[in-house]
Design a protein around this ligand. Structure first.
Ligand code: EPZ
Length: 417
């Protein structure tokens, strides 16, 4: 298994370009099933989760081509409507295929996507919304069985603005008969990008980015070409790396509008931030200041995916900060590992109290999930001595060669097998 080895202490300096967003590519790849034609998607990052999604599409009968960061999916002939256990287990967010498989095949069989490192990851909201569109669902032997004669529009209210449930419901409703309204939807930028993709293939959707999405069902969709939006979580990762090392980093091909809550907290802890239309420059001239409380919330609140990254930065602030993780049940797996590096963090349920320390020291640490792993890498950049991060496979799910990207900014970091 690979490890990432970091000799801490270098200030990061320079410019780094962000690729397309993992969390928009995944639902868009699911959407390629809908048009039974050609889908050209640009600026796709080379990630394990993207490869896992392409394996699923191939298994269903799609033809895939990859040309650099462009992925071409031909979904004209679909031969299956099942996602087998091993593919579901490889990536629990494969759940996002359910709505589009049902819309295309009028049936679907998925193995139950077990929980993952950050919590049980239930799918009740997905299944409830699909049932309201006329889908019959049953669960047995660890599988979910779905079928429908004809998807019928409905007025659906999500009990929680779940990103995945919003996406699955949109994907299922595009070809339903009538006009579907989905209320209390997730408002993430990735939902807007999915709406843009679907409308580019002939769907009639409006409201993404607000609390209510309206979908006028259509009978036919056509070929589409699309460039995905930049990854706001990867952007936040590079900014946090600059903040913790005290360097100056310019992140390009990014959209500052999509991460205002993160920028506000970085300013709160003493960073200077200069914004351009598609770029963010962060420097941290003075000492890191604590933040009174960060509460993770659905967009546009502070994103749960940046919680671990911000915690790493706050371990070195001159004072005490509080982080409340309101979205996932178990998203503090990185705390124990940060404590091994000398951090002073106390967790009580979903609340972490971070008392700033003078320094972190390098240690052998374990990445337990995607963003927690990235947080350990960031902490290693600022720690005194050498940090060895194991469990790199988690990090590779959401970051393209994280060690090369950080090394290009002056970090002393390498991957060893
Ligand atoms: C998406 O996951 C993202 N993944 C996650 O990013 C992100 O953390 C999350 O949204 C929140 O922003 C992708 O887009 C592929 P949710 P998703 O449904 O859709 C509960 C990363 O690091 N819930 O909004 O699974 C659920 O348990 C990943 O890139 C139900 O109770 O998130 C959780 O507590 C990690 N019932 C909360 O809602 C349901 O049916 C938020 O989940 C569905 C969800």
């Amino acid at each position: 298994m690979s490890k990432i080895v970091i000799a801490g202490g270098n200030k990061l300096e320079g410019e780094i370009k962000v690729s397309g967003a993992k969390n928009t590519v995944l639902p868009i790849l699911a959407a390629t099933l809908l048009n039974g034609g050609k889908n050209i998607i640009h600026d796709c990052p080379d990630l394990k989760d993207v490869s896992a999604s392409l394996q699923i599409l191939e298994r269903l009968g799609c033809k895939i081509q990859r040309q650099g960061k462009t992925i071409i999916v031909d979904s004209s002939s679909i031969k299956d409507y099942q996602i087998p256990d091993h593919l579901m287990r490889e990536m629990r967010s494969s759940m996002i295929f359910l709505g589009s498989i049902i819309a295309r095949c009028r049936k679907a069989i998925l193995s139950y996507p077990g929980g993952c490192e950050i919590g049980p990851r239930p799918i009740d909201l997905h299944l409830k919304a699909l049932r309201q569109l006329g889908v019959k669902t049953s669960e047995a032997h660890g599988y979910i069985y779905c079928d429908v004669d004809r998807l019928e529009a409905n007025d659906i209210n999500l009990r929680f603005p779940s990103v995945g449930a919003t996406e699955n419901t949109m994907l299922a409703a595009v070809l339903a008969k009538g006009t579907t309204i989905i209320r209390n939807v997730a408002k993430e930028p990735e939902i807007v990008d999915l709406q843009d993709y679907l409308n580019a293939m002939g769907a009639k959707i409006s409201g993404a980015g607000t609390s209510v999405i309206k979908i006028e069902g259509v009978s036919k969709l056509h070929d589409v070409e699309h460039t995905v939006i930049p990854d706001r979580i990867v952007t936040s990762t590079y900014l946090a790396a600059a903040a913790i090392t005290g360097g100056t980093v310019k992140v390009t091909n990014t959209n500052p509008e999509n991460l205002q809550a993160v920028l506000a907290e970085l300013r709160e802890c003493g960073c200077e931030i200069y914004l351009e239309k598609n770029a963010i420059t962060l420097s941290r001239p003075s000492v890191l200041q604590p933040v009174d409380v960060i509460r993770t919330l659905p967009y546009p609140g502070f994103p749960t995916d940046v919680q671990a990254l911000m915690m790493a930065v706050l371990t070195l602030a001159k004072g005490t900060s509080i982080i409340s993780e309101t979205i996932f049940e178990n998203r503090f797996k990185h705390v124990e590992e940060l404590i091994r590096m000398g951090a002073d963090i106390m967790v009580d349920g979903r609340v972490a109290v971070i008392r700033g320390v003078e320094k972190l020291t390098g240690a052998n640490v374990n990445a337990m999930d995607l963003r927690g792993g990235a947080a350990l890498v960031i902490a290693g950049l600022a720690a005194e001595g050498v940090t060895i991060v194991e469990g790199v496979q988690h990090i590779d799910r959401g970051y393209e060669n994280i060690e090369d990207k950080l090394a290009s900014l002056g970090a002393d970091i390498k991957r060893v097998d």
